[in-house]
Design a protein. Sequence first.
Length: 668
Amino acid sequence: MNESIFSLAYLQYTYEVLHKDILDPYIPMFCRCILEKSINPIGIKEIKEAMASIYGISNLTYGAVQVICDRMATSKVGILEKKDGMLYVNKEKLYTQQAELRKDDSIIEDFDRLASNISNYSQNFPKTFDKKEVEDGLMHFIDYHGIDLLCGQEKEVFHKILKNEDKRLAYVISRYVIDDKDKGGNAVDLLNRLAKGNTISNLVSLSGHSNYAGNLQNVTIVIDTPFFYNLLGANCDSNRDAAEELMSILKRNGAHFSMYQHNLHEVYSALEDAIQRLRTHNYDLRKSSRLLKMAISEGFSSIQMDAMRTNVDEILRKWDIKEELVPDVPNGYVDIDVQTLKEIIEEAYTKNHTRDLFHHEINMIEKDIDSICFTYRIRGNSIVENLKGCKALILTTNKIIAATSNDERINRTKHKIPVCATDIFLSCILWSNYPEKNDSLNKKLLISECYNNILIDDTLITKFYEDIKAKKLARNISESQYMELTTSRLAISLLSEKTQNDIEAYTDRTSAEILAIIEQEHKDEVERVRKEGEEKVNAFREQSEEKETRLLAEHKIALDTKDNQICNLQDQIKNVEKRCESIAICVSHIFSGLVTLVLLFLFWNKGNLVHLFEGNCKLLNWWWIGIDGLLTVWAVLNWLGWIPKYVDLKARIWKYTFKICKRVLLGN
């Protein structure tokens, strides 16, 4: 296993970092095979077998081995020498070649740690996997990711990859990679590096790899319906990101985009149908379109699907996707064998007729056949030698359509560039031509494939629905339970987790287990809501008590503050009153003293003053006689008590003086 990891990392390192071509990295590896297996003269079969046993690279074709050996026999390399039609080893130069990574490269340790983590992660699912199984599964996962490059190449390797596919392990790996990515881990970076190495190993065996170089200014990329759904965002954000990245690269390389009229009509009609069925909840997933299944799987509402329908025109404008009409038949051109193509596709979908076609598959196949037929017409009678001269190429996500469209049985014109290619195939080709510019695309496609691996399979959904329908007819489940199983997104999610997307894992008890979990979920939800209600009531009560305590404390503080203010004011008033009393007493004493002195002076000098003024001035004399009379009258009235007495007058003077002082000092 370590050698397989090393070989893929080494291929990626020498190509992407050291910028060597895709053949040079194999030379040191071939040298080791020759040394360890003592191969001399060189046998192509022996080298191929040695590469598989020593480095774990089993997808090399005989043609690729021959090309590499020819490179080693050139005068520039000189490791092999041709004599009498045989290749012999130049041992002196053989030892100078060595395949190695940087000294600080920890790819082996990182892979070992990743396998352990995924093995532990698998404990969350019905079927668990040990570390060795995960290691094998990761290598197969990488092989399957790059399988598109093997279409029509090494049939034995191609079918071996398909045969050894373990859906449950692929599901666990994909779930782990997605979860790890969301947590900021580097699992996808590690797998992406190994996937690049695997791509290089596949490209070596891809016949006519050099034919894919060059710009695409004269090429129209025909967008297939499922790829357009990815652009639309109907099949998770990861698929949309990967699709947009690929479109950007193609546009940067000069490609033009179009969609056949029937594919565009399919998009609009599928969206309309999905909106209505989601709005009315009237659907049967066994007979639903792929768009509706994606919508249910992603949890999209009818409102969200309506927004997607509105966004179709925006996507068409953004990428300048033209509507492609039915092309004319060129002079002398003979259409492909449509019936044979249909039979090949149906055989691939049903896996040699082990099941019936689904309703949506029948409609889909008819449109795919039209697309393939029209693209062959656009290419016409001449054989396409390279990508830049292919005129038109269908871009799809459907591996079956990509493989069957290039089957040699359907057309006598053997194009060197396929009529239909998957997004992964085209991305690998673009990356190999421009590795530095297109690096992020590989990672996005890897994540996209992980999301696709966890999407529930059509055959599994069909089996599930047939099972619960039979149980409903047998009255083993109620109408409400049937509705729960057929309309709940949770049921689909649980079906995926329980079976790990493998129909072989589905049993008679699966639907009952899912129903039990759903009902328990409802009970848990009710209990959760009840607890949340109690917690809210308790929290409200605690908040009320805290608020009441806080308000009481604030009120007490306010009262204490006001009491202190009142006390301070009272003290101030008392001090002012004391001062006012002192001033009033002083003023009253002064006033009363002055009055007393004046009266005493007048009474004492009464007779003297009369004689003083007498004869001098009659007016003064009469004035004084008046004063004297007033004093006499005041004295009599005061004695009788008819006017205020002296003491009362003094008190009034004190009172008025006190009020005036208080008003002045207090400001009111």
